[in-house]
Design a protein around this ligand. Structure first.
Ligand code: TUI
Length: 311
């Protein structure tokens, strides 16, 4: 089941991509996931070009395997960051929070695999015509910036709408999730939250602890009416955001309240006024262990899940 088109496309052992989590997915996590047979990625987020270049070079030192960079399309440094991934010949890029069309031809020309994250059928269809290599169909179970459709309903609709291979994301954290995604027609999965609770992830310990402590209803989506829906732990910051949402505050006020808050959570461990972007699957995560063990647990768990289905 696992050795498929996505593995060939990306030159990896298992069709498991790591989520491109800004401030969380650093070189250490990316290299660990790639070394374990998946595709590790640096989450570029709002990173300026020079630190990103340093992070890319660090991954290259730490692994000889393919890796990627996730480009957040709302980044203020978007053009410069694209130039860096181009110059560094990054093997794979995933994109989020927008439409990457204008950047695709240059990247394709140097053989970089381009895999956008989409949250709707319409964008998947539009991007198929631009020559992307696959799409990541991300449901609203994910942490961070989300669309409005669940993984369960989005994945099969995108599978039916495009010829491209589809990678499922949102709510996947164990072997059951992987099998479910494949049952929906996906040929790969993207996993974020589960990898936050890993030894190699360099995020503040409080952030990892938040994943372990989370239950099914720990996260909420803020900004649903403001245009930037973001799934976060329901803390004091989230309540302030909900207040803005209820009052119909303008987008600038959301931006002002949100500025620097992901860093506050991920680097400084502020669990009250930081933005703790984790997915709903956190409720399933109960231990911190090395990436290699997480990967083995997922991969080796698949036969038992399949056997149960056939009983
Ligand atoms: O991008 C993500 N998740 C993210 S990005 C992020 S950083 C951030 N910081 C502050 C505020 C907001 C974000 C944290 N988490 N996931 C991929 C994703 N992309 N989910 C949804 C989308 C998406 C949504 C609308 C992609 C395209 C789109 O429309 C584009 C268009 O032009 O139609």
């Amino acid at each position: 089941m696992l050795n498929n088109k996505i593995c060939d496309l990306l030159g990896i052992e298992y069709p498991i991509l790591q989520g491109g989590m800004a401030w969380v997915a650093t070189a250490e996590l990316a290299a660990a996931v790639s070394n374990a047979g998946g595709l590790g990625l640096i989450g570029a987020g709002h990173m300026p070009p020079d630190p990103l270049r340093a992070e890319i070079r660090k991954v290259k030192e730490m692994t000889g395997k393919p890796f990627g960079v996730n480009i957040m399309l709302m980044s203020p440094f978007l053009k410069e960051v694209m130039q860096v991934v181009y110059e560094e010949r990054v093997p794979v890029i995933t994109t989020g929070a927008g439409n990457p069309t204008e950047f695709i031809p240059a990247l394709k020309e140097i053989g970089t695999r381009v895999i956008p994250v989409v949250a709707s059928v319409a964008l998947a269809r539009r991007l198929e015509r631009t020559g992307v290599d696959a799409v990541i169909a991300e449901g609203m179970e994910s942490g961070g910036h989300v669309g409005e459709i669940t993984t369960m309903t989005l994945v099969p609709q995108i599978v039916d709408a495009v010829e491209l291979p589809v990678i499922a994301a949102g709510g996947i954290g164990d072997a059951r999730g992987v099998v479910a995604a494949f049952a929906l027609g996906a040929q790969g999965v993207q996993i974020g939250t589960r990898f936050v609770a890993s030894t190699e992830c360099t995020v503040h310990p409080n952030y990892k602890e938040a994943v372990l402590k989370a239950k099914d209803r720990t996260t909420v989506v803020t900004g649903l009416y403001s245009g930037h829906p973001v799934r976060v732990v329901d803390n004091k910051l989230a309540k302030d955001f909900s207040e803005l949402d209820r009052n119909g505050a303008p987008a600038e006020e959301f931006d002002r309240l949100g500025a620097g808050k992901l860093k506050a959570a991920a680097r400084d461990g502020d669990m009250d006024y930081g933005s703790v972007m984790i997915g709903q699957v956190a409720g399933l995560v109960s231990d911190i262990k090395p990436v290699k063990e997480i990967m083995e647990e997922i991969v080796q768990g698949i036969p038992a899940v399949l056997a149960r289905l056939n009983q």
